[in-house]
Each structure stands twice: as C-alpha cells, then as structure tokens.
Design a binder for this molecule. Structure first.
Ligand code: ADP
Ligand code: MG
Length: 696
C-alpha cells in the first residue's frame, strides 16, 4: 500500500465479507452461507468445511497464524482465546488446518466468566457458536469469528445471543403489521443502530501518575480547574494535531475492519471527542462498537495518549455517553420510522410511532435499567445527560399531528390543513429543538435517539430490551388489527386509544428543570435515580413475561443478569473506595503532613527573627484541621467498606454501597479537593485537572 492509499481500496480489507466469499467460495457454498445469514439455517457439515478452509486460506495469505472465537460475556468487554491453525505433519512439518467444526463451535471454559448464579444451578462448561450474520475479520494475526456464548445446558452467558433473539422477535411482529398495510414484498424487518461514541483523551505521562485513573478509569479526587467548559469553545472546535493524528489512525484501522466510521469532532468538555459510524443492523453495530472502543484504547497509546471511556472521568466536567440511534427497516427498502409521503405511508408510520409511545411508557424502567451502571449514575440526572426519568420527545409538529389524530380534527400546519389518513402530511423534518439534549428518547426525523446509554457500555442490552418491547407492542397491535372487519376503522380506534392512554410519556420541554421532576411525578413516570433503584425491577413478572414470550431470556437468565448488574455495581464502588483509601493514606495524608511541617518551619523561622507569623500559623492550622478531617473521613470510609463486605444479600449490599460507601467517598473527596487547593502544585502528589484536561 502506498503512503496515502484511497480509502475505497483498503476499506474492509481485513474482513471476510460478501465480496470475498463470492470470490473464494464455490457457488453452492456461497449460496448456503447467504441462506444461513438470512434465515439462520445451519450449514451442512461438508459446506462448513469448505467455508472454513476458504476462510483459513484467505486469512493465512494475509499473515494470520491463529483463529479465535470472539464473544461478549457479561464482563462488558469481549473475550477471545487463540488457537494456531497448525497441525503436525510427517517429518517434523506442519500443515495449516481449520475445519467446519472449529468454525461453528468452540468450547472455552465458562467457569471464570460472570454467570450470576447460573453456574450454581448448571454446569460450568460453555460453548461458543458462530454468528454467521457478523463477518469474520483479521486483527493482530488472528482470524476473528464472531460468536454467541452459552452454557452447555443452553443458558445464555453473553450479550449477543439475546440481541439476536430480540431481532428475530421484532422481525416477526413487524412483518405482521406490514402485511396489514398490504405489503406482500417485504420478507424481513431488521432493527438498525448508529451508536455515537464519546470519549476523552489524556496524556499518558499524566495518566500514569494517577492511581485512580489506572485502577478505576476515573478521577476519584481532583479540584475543579479554573476553566471548565463554560466558554463552550471546545464543542466542534478545531482539532489539535495530536488528536487529529490519532483520529486519522483510528479511522484507517476501523475502515480496514469494514466499520463505517463517519463523523468525528470535539465534544462539549475539554479533551472530549466523539466518533459516529454510519448505522448498521443492531448486532453488527454492537460488534463494531466493541471493536471501536477497543481500537480507540489501543491506538491512543501509539500517540502517547490514553483514551478514557468511563462515563464520568472528571467531576464537574461533562461525562461521556453513547447515543443509540435506533430504527427499523424492511428489506423492500423502507425505513419504518420515516413518515413517508403518502397517506398510507403516514398511517403506517403513525402505527409504528404509537407502538413505540406505548412501549416506552409501559416499559420505561426497563429502558432506564438498560443504561444502568455505577459509572453512568454520575451522568443521568446530573444536568449534562438526560434525567433518570424516561420520557419521549417527538417534536412539536408531530405532537400536533398526534393531537389531531386523537381529537379527530384536521391537522393544521403553516401551509395547509390535512385530514389524517386521507391527505399526505408534510414532511416532519427534524424539529430544531431536537438539539435540546435533555430528552432521553428523541425522535430525530426518521429514527429515535436513546440518549441514556453510558460511553463504556455495550449497546446490546439496550437494544435487546428496545427490540423486545417493540415486538410486544407490535404483536398486540397485530392481534387486534388482524381480527378487525374494517381495518381503517380499527386502526384509527387503536391509535386514538393508544395516544389517550400513553401520551403522558411525551414531553417536549426541558428535562433538566426541577418542574419536570415534579410534573413527571404527577404523570406517574418513575424517577429511578440510581442503578440500585432500577436494576432490581428487571425481574418484575410483567417484564419477565415479555422476555419469555419472545424467547429472549428465561426467568432464570434475567435473575442471573440482575445479579450480575448488582454485583458489578458493588464491585466497582468497592474498588473505587479501596483506591481512594490507598491514595489518601499513601499519597495525600503524607503530603499534607509534609506541607504542614514546611509551613510550621516557616512560622518558627519567622518567630525566631521576630517577624509576624500570623499568616503561617493560620495556614498551618488550616492544613492541620483539613488533615485531621481527611483522616476521620478515611476511617469512616474504611468502616463502611468493611460493613459492606459483610452483607450477604446482593441487593442489600449494592444498596448499602450506594447509601453509605458512596456517600463516605464523596465526603472524603470534598476534603481532599479542598486540601489540593491549599497545597503548591509542586508538592501535590498527582497531576491536576488542568494537566489532564488542557495539555493534549
Ligand atoms: P445527528 O443530528 O444526531 O448527528 P445524524 O444523522 O448524523 O444525526 O445521525 C447520527 C447517527 O444516527 C449516525 O450514526 C447515523 O448513522 C445514525 N442513523 C441515521 N439513520 C439511522 C437509522 N435509520 N437507523 C439507525 N441509525 C441511524
Ligand atoms: Mg446525536
């Protein structure tokens, strides 16, 4: 490759994609793979051997020596175990082999991955199964095969399987609706996602001096810098050379992996940036987002930078989210959330819209908990991200259409009057207020943007839940409409009723305001402030029943996921608390003592010379009382951590971490940050917020 090759030449060069398969597979094998991709029909073992062999030859030509089943256990990161293609041959030689069996199924030891109690009930053995809908690719000399991960008795242990199942569910139910509108062409409906990924870049030399960043991914201490984001000069600002070099490198590597990285820009906070890909079907988008996060971290290091994906690396500075742009499309080329140009298309769109309104209203806590984590608790409801109350923004034009439909009156726009269902409505373009980021679930012209998700999270859980909710609502609509003698009348009745019953989920105002919190309470919309408030709701019978109905999760699997989420929450806070204690004892208190002594020495020296030392004595006593405050706060935090560790029940433990440990951490932090502002930067034992945020 020359120095600056054409992107089109190398895009997807590391992917075993459709073009490669067409070139390299015999026609019958190619056709079989396409069928497997589209309809999930298992490959014949002979065909699997042919496919595996072609994959291996292709990978080896590109320098690969190993293959790995790549999967997404409940740790939140991906997992892989590499096997070389080599097999012994006579005379001390090797041959390179890869069989269909090895392609289709792997058997990693499942016992060390989080299983949330499943392990106790079932065997520890697990297996990985090829997901042919997501292309294999080469990275670091290995052929990566995207796979699902299950226990030997069939319980799912990963994030991919439920997502695939939820996509099947929504496909089936959405097709029923399309048929009712007379569509006989479409044979498949997929959900699509474009996740906008936010991140921070900090200088590695400063990162390396901060135990909190290294261990927890966020700063546990740090006085506010004199400048934050108030000047709003970073958002879309010009990109510094070093960051730009990183972004170019990143784009290139993502493109080689067939990832459509499209948009890059500076974000609101200093040192914060965003990357958005072109949307893809949900499971591919999920795989690609995992790869994107991984490559961001790796490539940053090459530039002497560290990429922070934590939701809240810096207190007082905007955190990072991941906007989940979500829609549905059918294989006859329709975006089902596009209002369309004809009365017929308008009505179909309004049907899907009403199903979403009903679903978001009825299952708001599920959507909320899909974005729950210790890290994201710092963002939601903190006036930088959507509030913890789930509501929907549909824009004023669309709200008027909905109102007109409900009241049976004509919809009056600036240009004309429209009879809904009879006249074609004007295009509802993005409402200008959609830039108002306060809504957790906003309609943006032809898709919904779910804005609660945290930057570090996998998008799988959110999309699994979203898809399952939609399958349920579309299924209910189809049940009712399929029975109707007069479809048009039944449809209007259904939509009007749905709007009447569920419109309180629609809120177009400012979600950050206190009035909204009060108003939401009046409307009966839950405000689930933290992870420990929402995660336990996962197992509510009415939620379990939709997951079971669409075979996305069993009850036991949901219970295990609930346990994993709470366990993870407790572990994260525990690690943060222990890190704070360590830093306070080994770095902060010793610094305080040392600096106090310096000031006392200065006071004594002045006294000896007969110079007024009121400033030094005052300073010393301020330092001294801060230090004893810190020492007390350390003791309290230590006691709380010990108490938390003694709690058996996971839900009670997680709650205690929130109510007691987390609060004790905040108290300690306040005092330390106060101390930091009273100590010279030379003596302070770690880089400051200014060093971290303004020096790249
Ligand atoms: P914004 O104004 O929010 O930046 P964009 O049009 O740039 O809107 O889209 C943001 C993200 O939404 C991109 O990742 C884009 O690919 C994605 N997106 C666009 N259309 C769809 C769709 N139909 N389904 C899912 N995601 C979509
Ligand atoms: Mg956006």
């Amino acid at each position: 490759m020359n120095e600056n090759p054409n992107v089109a030449e190398y895009f997807g060069c590391n992917v075993f994609n459709d073009t490669v398969m067409r070139e390299r597979l015999p026609k019958y094998a190619y056709k079989a793979v396409v069928k497997t991709k589209q309809f999930g029909i298992a490959l014949d073992p002979d065909v699997a051997d042919v496919v595996a062999n072609a994959m291996k030859d292709w990978a080896v030509e590109r320098g690969a020596t190993h293959f790995t089943h790549w999967f997404q256990p409940m740790t939140g990161v991906t997992a892989e175990k590499h096997d070389a293609f080599i097999s012994p041959a006579p005379h001390g030689q090797v041959i390179l082999e890869f069989s269909g069996k090895e392609l289709i199924k792997g058997e990693p030891d499942a016992s060390s991955f989080p299983s949330g109690g499943l392990r106790a009930t079932f065997e520890a053995r697990g297996y990985t199964a090829w997901d042919p809908t997501s292309d294999a690719f080469i990275k670091d000399g290995s052929l990566y095969i995207p796979t699902a991960f299950c226990s030997y008795t069939g319980e799912i242990l990963d994030k991919k399987t439920p997502l695939l199942r939820s996509m099947e569910a929504v496909n089936e139910q959405a097709l029923r609706i399309l048929r009712l509108f007379g569509n006989t062409k479409a044979t498949r409906v997929v959900t699509t996602v474009g996740p906008e990924q936010e991140y921070f870049l900090v200088d590695k030399k400063y990162y390396d001096q901060r135990e909190d960043l290294i261990v927890t991914g966020r700063t546990l201490f740090g006085a506010k810098p004199p400048k934050g984001q108030e000047l709003e000069d970073h958002y879309f600002g010009n990109i510094k050379q070093r960051v730009s070099d990183f972004m170019k490198d990143l784009d290139k590597e993502l493109w080689k992996l067939g990832i459509y990285a499209k948009t890059k820009h500076n974000e609101v906070a200093p040192a914060q940036h965003e990357l958005a890909p072109i949307f893809a079907t949900s499971n591919i988008a999920a795989d690609h987002n995992q790869l994107t996060m991984e490559l961001m971290k790796k490539i940053a290091l090459k530039h002497g930078l560290v990429c922070l994906l934590h939701e809240k690396p810096f207190a007082g500075i905007n955190g990072s989210g991941k906007h989940n742009n979500w829609s549905m499309s059918s294989n006859d080329g329709q975006n089902l959330l596009d209002p369309g140009d004809t009365p017929q298309e308008n009505m179909q769109f309004l049907t899907f819209l009403c199903a979403i309104i009903k679903g978001v209203h009825e299952y708001a806590p599920l959507l909320r908990l899909s974005a729950a984590s210790a890290g994201n608790d710092h963002r939601l409801g903190a006036n930088e991200a959507p509030p913890a109350i789930v509501s929907m923004f549909i824009g004023s034009e669309l709200e008027e259409v909905i109102e007109a439909l409900e009241s049976g009156k004509k919809y009056v726009s600036s240009t004309a009057e429209f009879d809904i269902g009879v006249d074609a409505l004007p295009n509802f373009k993005k409402d200008t207020t959609d830039r108002n980021r306060t809504s957790p679930f906003a309609f943006t012209g032809n898709k919904f943007e779910f804005r609660m998700l945290g930057s570090a999270d996998s998008i799988s859980c959110t999309n699994t839940i979203m898809n399952t909710i939609m399958a349920e609502e579309l299924g209910q609509f189809a049940d009712e409409l399929e029975k109707a003698d007069d479809f048009q009348k039944a449809l209007k009745d259904l939509l009007v009723r749905t709007i009447k019953e569920h419109k309180q989920i629609i809120f177009n105002g400012n979600g950050y305001s206190d009035e909204w919190i009060a108003e939401a309470e009046k409307r009966g919309l839950p405000n689930l402030v933290s992870t420990v408030d929402c995660v336990p709701l996962y197992t509510k019978p009415e939620y379990v029943s939709i997951f079971e109905k669409f075979k996305v999760y069993t009850k036991v699997e949901i219970e295990s996921r609930t346990e994993i989420l709470l366990e993870n929450y407790a572990k994260v806070i525990n690690i943060e608390a222990l890190t704070m204690l360590d830093m306070a004892r080994k770095q902060i208190i010793p610094t305080a003592v040392k600096v106090t002594k310096q000031v006392c020495d200065a006071a004594l020296a002045k006294k000896e010379l007969g110079i007024d030392n009121a400033f030094e004595t005052g300073y010393a006593s301020r330092l001294s009382s801060l230090t004893s405050g810190i020492s007390d706060a350390v003791r309290v935090l230590d006691e709380k951590v010990i108490a938390a560790q003694g709690i058996e029940d996971i839900q009670a433990e997680a709650k205690f971490y929130r109510s007691d440990v987390f609060v004790a951490m905040q108290n300690l932090r306040c005092l330390v940050d106060e101390l930091e502002m009273n100590v010279s930067s030379e003596e302070w034992p770690m880089p400051s917020y200014v060093d971290l945020l303004f020096t790249v």
